[in-house]
Design a protein around this ligand. Structure first.
Ligand code: TYM
Length: 328
């Protein structure tokens, strides 16, 4: 059984990119592996400045993680701030990564550029150090993520190697695992940018809680190109390739094979919308049921925090021993 860890930020509604790029893989791997999944509220704090928002988003995200199929009997689902070892190892990671390495992170460059005149916290800059702590605390072998997180997994490996070299073998080296289709779901209105909660408008981003009619409408309006040939070419035809990738992720048929089945853009768009809406309908009903029992969600998260805490405490103690802090 491989130890698997991956996390998601409670920054608002979960979208199709999160689901196809990551969550679906979390669910499919949960019975074959020993899996830990964190709701990383400390990461979301890097861009949150209003009271109460994180707590509300956290419980909603917990309901969504169980609604997409994580089984609390086998998967450990926990809230990052409930396991203080994340912050504690986070500091040690900050002391193991360089300013230069952090400066090269594309996610920091993108996010800080988008915030322009807004407050750019130091936490946004040191974010990958905390993410390294999230992963290394659990001795994770595999980290199922979308493509956009690969760089953060690479820097985690670099940090682990440096720590092990300085203080002796302590951390296990993880590897990123991305799905064959859906690793990079693009915005429907701007298919050269990844689908994201921070997109300019909601029209290019499909949320898991969107009504079926809204989903179909978003796909009908998807930006394509001025040709009329359905062909899988990510460079020349990013809009069509994105639709084929999404349909491929939902149906399991390869994007090239799907391309051969369509002559019209309109039919591809409507089939894509219908397939996504059908996939999400049962998830939406489970979500509604789960949100009606917040006490149960709280109970499950407490169990998750206990289990995660046991593993995290042991790893942090190992790191402290390796460093050789004077014992208390
Ligand atoms: P976050 O919260 O932005 O996204 C959660 C997961 O969704 C994937 N994802 C996508 N996949 C495909 N296409 C897209 N358009 C798309 N958008 C998002 C992400 O790759 C991710 O797997 N830094 C992380 C959270 C994190 C984490 C960790 C992840 C903190 N600690 C430890 C793994 C391990 C993030 O911001 O993900």
């Amino acid at each position: 059984m491989a130890r698997v860890l991956s996390c998601i930020q409670p920054t608002g509604d979960v979208h199709l990119g999160n689901y196809l790029g990551a969550l679906r893989n979390w669910v499919s791997g949960q019975h074959a592996n020993d899996v830990f999944h964190g709701i990383v509220d400390l990461h979301a704090l890097t861009i949150t400045d209003k009271p109460g928002v994180l707590g509300k988003n956290t419980v909603e995200l917990a309901a969504m993680l169980f609604a997409v199929g994580l089984d609390p009997e086998v998967a450990t689902v926990f809230v990052q701030s409930h396991v203080p070892e994340h912050s504690q190892l986070g500091w040690i990671m900050e002391c193991t990564v360089s300013f230069g390495e952090l400066s090269r992170m594309t996610q920091f460059k993108d996010k800080s550029a988008k915030r322009e005149a807004d407050f750019v916290s130091a936490g946004l800059f040191t974010y990958p150090a905390l993410q390294a702590a999230d992963i290394l605390l659990y001795d994770a072998a595999e980290v199922p993520v979308g493509d956009d997180q690969r760089q953060h997994i690479e820097i985690t490996r670099d940090i682990a190697v440096r720590f092990n070299h300085r203080f002796g073998d302590t951390f296990f080296l993880p590897k990123a695992v991305t799905p064959p289709a859906g690793a990079r779901v693009m915005d429907l209105l701007d298919p050269t940018s990844k689908m994201s909660k921070s997109s300019e408008t909601d029209a290019g981003c499909v949320y898991l809680l969107d009504a079926p009619s809204a989903i179909e409408k978003k796909f009908k309006r998807a930006v394509t190109d001025s040709e009329n040939e359905v062909r899988y070419d990510r460079e020349a035809k990013p809009g069509i390739a994105n639709l084929l990738d999404i349909l491929s992720a939902v149906t399991g048929t390869s994007p090239q094979q799907l391309a051969d089945q369509y002559t019209q853009y309109g039919a591809l768009k409507s089939d894509c919308g219908a397939a996504v809406a059908a996939m999400l309908t049962p998830i939406q009903s489970r979500y509604t049921e789960l949100m009606n029992d917040k006490a149960e969600l709280g109970r499950l998260l407490r169990i998750g925090a206990e289990k995660a805490g046991t593993v995290a405490q042991a790893t942090l103690a190992r790191a402290h021993d390796a460093i050789g802090f004077y014992p208390r």
